[in-house]
Ligand binder design. Structure first.
Ligand code: ADP
Ligand code: MG
Length: 561
């Protein structure tokens, strides 16, 4: 079959241009990306073989290999993992499938100035394409485990790539970088230097659970020397916290999450006893843009006795913690464990409960120890966490302890319900809240007038889920949660009775007008009454205490109900 030439997809082309032409602060990450792909490919093969023993693949010595040729200026990164078929190479390498990468591009476009953009790029590894930061030509040769025919992909990163079917290819994938000329002034970036490669592997990929071997430099005489293994392969989750540096944790986080930023918080749990497991969880520092979409991939990685079993294991955490990333390694599950088994397993349910509590208690201590960090967490994930108030009554108290809200008195900060209640004046009986699309619509709401005038603090709730949890929760420490836009509100002032009788008198006085308004608005409203809520606005709409509020009505309408 002849060599075919293809064009890169538009986004892929943009990304390649960036890789080739910008000046990056940190090119070393290309190796992390290629090793990360190789490691994934080995995980996938081990799993495929476990599921289907008849698969024609050799899993006896799974590993990653680096090979340098100084004269030819090439660096090869090889694995004997799952490999790719001809079609897969075209699909996976010619397009941008990874949502992290798509998101990176979006942020890059939004970055206002070039300094900002430079900062973003410096932290980021864009997967396979980052090879073009250091190479002027990349060749990938691969054979899918179980298949006979191999594929060769080649590109200079400039708009097109070629694909060709080839014979006699070993199982797995080999990526050969033809390195750009070395900068004589900057030996730090010479990727044919063994010292340099060792250093990068140690820094970024030490935790990789497969051996990374250097079959390096062909020097006369020691061609047959044992290849050196560069990484320790120690599972970070099995080591104690003080043995591991934050940088090491961060690299693991980036490997499993495809996020290029450091995590906000590291959470570790070692459970002993009859059902033993270790968990290493991360709270990201940014919410991904697809967090609220149907196809958001949630869940952490599941390992059994150090063997990778699956990505996105949903059974380990409830949906309202779907942003949490990490690894859970269980000692007492079978390597053959399936989704069906996980869904029914009593131990898994216990594990979910324990992990949930651990995450919530970590957020709580973050709140006490590092309010700024908590504020970031809450800004990014508060809207998701509040779903828990509705669906997880068992953890409601723990959740309420870490939920906080903007109020009419909080300025830029947020307060917990506990703080709100503590500073309530004695004669205030209820907790007041108002919901709306934005802080601004709420601030301009006529419902607010009486509260503002009397200096009563009101919670300002602007997430769609707020409408739902306030009903589900109902009260806090014996104080009812009450919408200022629903039903009759008694603001508990001393001369209430006087006001009541005054209002009755005035209602009689205005009966003519009110009656006329009732007639005119008959189609649209239930009732017209004189109000004590308003101080400036002439009129406002009020819902019955158990009616849907306007915001909730529009949310249901948006959902097609
Ligand atoms: P990501 O790893 O985030 O998915 P990459 O650009 O690094 O994005 O890789 C794109 C895809 O190409 C991978 O998801 C994988 O399916 C495939 N791939 C890359 N490298 C390898 C490899 N060494 N072996 C098998 N498949 C690979
Ligand atoms: Mg990758």
């Amino acid at each position: 079959m002849p060599t075919e030439t293809f064009e890169f997809q538009v986004e892929a082309r943009q990304l390649l241009q960036l890789m080739i032409h910008s000046v990056y602060s940190n090119k070393d990450v290309f190796l992390r990306e290629l090793i990360s792909n190789a490691s994934d490919a080995l995980d996938k093969l081990r799993l495929a073989k476990l599921r289907d023993d008849s698969l024609d693949a050799d899993v006896s010595d799974l590993h990653i290999e680096l090979e340098v040729d100084k004269d030819a200026r090439t660096l090869a990164v090889r694995d004997n993992g799952i490999g790719m078929s001809y079609d897969e190479v075209g699909e996976l390498i010619g397009t941008i499938a990874n949502s992290g990468t798509a998101e990176f591009l979006r942020e890059l476009k939004e970055a206002k100035d070039s300094a900002n953009a430079e900062g973003l790029i410096g932290q980021f590894g864009v997967g396979f394409y980052s090879a073009f930061m250091v190479a002027d030509e990349v060749t990938l040769v691969t054979r899918r485990a179980g298949e006979q025919q191999g594929t060769r992909w080649q590109s200079r990163g400039e708009g097109t790539y070629t694909l060709e079917k080839v014979d006699d290819v070993p199982q797995g994938t080999s990526v050969i970088l033809h390195l750009k000329p070395a900068d004589p002034d900057n030996q730090l970036h010479d990727y044919t230097s063994v010292w340099k490669l060792k250093e990068i592997v140690k820094r970024y990929s030490d935790f990789i659970t497969w051996p990374i071997r250097l079959v390096g430099e062909k020097r006369d005489g020691d061609k047959d020397a044992e290849p050196e293994t560069l990484n320790s392969m120690k599972a970070l989750w099995a080591r104690s916290r003080d043995e591991v540096s934050d940088e090491e944790y961060h690299e693991l986080y980036k490997h499993i999450s495809h996020d290029w930023r450091d995590p906000l918080e590291i959470i570790q749990l070692q459970a002993e006893g009859t059902f033993e497991y270790q968990a290493l969880l991360f709270l990201p520092s940014h919410a991904p843009h697809d967090l609220f979409t149907q196809n958001f991939k949630r869940g952490v990685q599941l390992y059994v006795k150090r063997v990778f079993i699956m990505d996105d294991c949903e059974e380990l955490l409830p949906p309202y913690l779907r942003f949490v990333k990490g690894v859970v390694d269980a000692q007492d599950l079978s390597l053959n464990v399936s989704r069906e088994i996980l869904q029914q397993d009593r131990h898994i349910r216990m594990m979910q409960r324990r992990l949930t509590k651990k995450v919530l208690s970590s957020v709580k201590s973050m709140m006490a120890k590092d309010p700024e960090k908590y504020a970031t967490f809450w800004r990014e994930f508060g809207a998701v966490l509040k779903e828990g108030l509705v669906v997880d009554p068992d953890n409601r108290d723990a959740l309420l302890a870490v939920c906080s809200f903007a109020t009419t008195r909080s300025g830029d900060e947020t307060v917990t319900l506990k703080q709100y209640v503590e500073r309530m004046p004695d004669d205030q009986k209820d907790i007041y809240y108002v919901t709306g699309e934005s802080r601004q619509t709420i601030d301009n709401s006529p419902h607010m007038e009486a509260f503002r005038e009397r200096g009563i603090e009101v919670l300002l709730l602007t997430d769609p889920v707020d409408e739902v949890w306030v009903d589900a929760v109902g009260e806090f420490e014996g104080k009812r949660l009450r919408s200022i836009a629903k039903g009759e509100i008694d603001l508990g002032s001393e001369d209430d009775e006087k006001k009541d009788s005054e209002r009755e008198k005035r209602a009689e006085e205005y009966e003519g007008l009110l009656g006329w308004m009732r007639e005119q608005l008959d189609e649209d409203i239930k009732e017209v009454r004189l109000s004590s809520r308003l101080t400036v606005s002439p009129a406002c709409l009020v819902a019955d205490a158990d009616d849907l509020t306007p915001a909730l009505e529009s949310m249901y309408r948006a959902m097609g109900q």
